[in-house]
Design a protein around this ligand. Sequence first.
Ligand code: FAD
Length: 267
Amino acid sequence: MLLREVEYAKPTSVADALELLAANDGARALAGGQTLINVMKARAASPDMLVDLNGLDELKGIELGADGTLSIGAMTTYTELTQSAEAKARPILAEVVGTIADVQVRNRGTIGGNCCANDPTNHLPPLMAAIGARFTIAGAGGERDVPAEEFFLGVYLTAVGPGELLTRVTIPAGKHDGFAAVTLGVDGTCICNAAASVNGSVRVALGCVDAVPVVLAPASADEDAVREAVRGAGLQPPSDVHASAEYRTQLAEVLAVRAARQAQERT
Ligand SMILES: Cc1cc2nc3c(=O)[nH]c(=O)nc-3n(C[C@H](O)[C@H](O)[C@H](O)COP(=O)(O)OP(=O)(O)OC[C@H]3O[C@@H](n4cnc5c(N)ncnc54)[C@H](O)[C@@H]3O)c2cc1C
């Protein structure tokens, strides 16, 4: 289906982009367009104006701090993440984004767009929740820093409010991470996924079972503890054409165990 007519702006600074977004109620940020353009074609969203972020170098780049903290610009693509020497400091990032869809999607899709879309089947929301990412949001009033547990608010809904932009994602140091998913075909949409981080404390985040990642803190990364934590979460996942709620509940437990095991075995 063709897009309905829409105004288009390509600002040259974040300040200009914020002004455009604040001045137009119906304006939406355009990142890789790999979700937004599709929902516009399906008429599930019809913004009046697209504010294209692709010319904004301020939203690009991956910096590695002396303490191993990664600061990743919201407009960094999956391909740039997989090719970045700095991003290797947290190996799970490239491993996971390298499995998203196909080359075309990976060349256009961005870390910021994936998180801001907060599609419950996306790979990155549970991963970001498990590894303790923080999100920098800019608006007319300046910048604020939001932890993952306060960033993902609902289906297609995040802490980024009207007139605001996600500018950076900050990821703490750590190597002991895991990710497991059951997808529709190879590299397809997730039916269920789980991310785990065993860097000091143990954190597991489940995707596709609720509107936002379900974050658990098992007593340990051992199988019994992880199973107990998932069972105790009282999951009520959706049923759809791809999986029943019962199947997703079972997958969540199995994938959480796999992700935690992978995290634990990482050297
Ligand atoms: C065929 C296909 C298969 C796919 N399979 C998967 C998959 O298996 N797993 C997966 O995780 N994803 C998948 N995707 C989605 C893909 O990863 C998208 O790239 C991602 O969901 C959105 O990122 P984007 O950069 O394209 O954002 P866009 O589509 O441009 O934007 C998405 C939303 O975020 C907002 N937004 C974007 N950037 C910002 C910002 N900096 N500040 C504020 N708001 C912002 C936009 O306004 C929009 O509402 C698939 C896409 C396609 C086309």
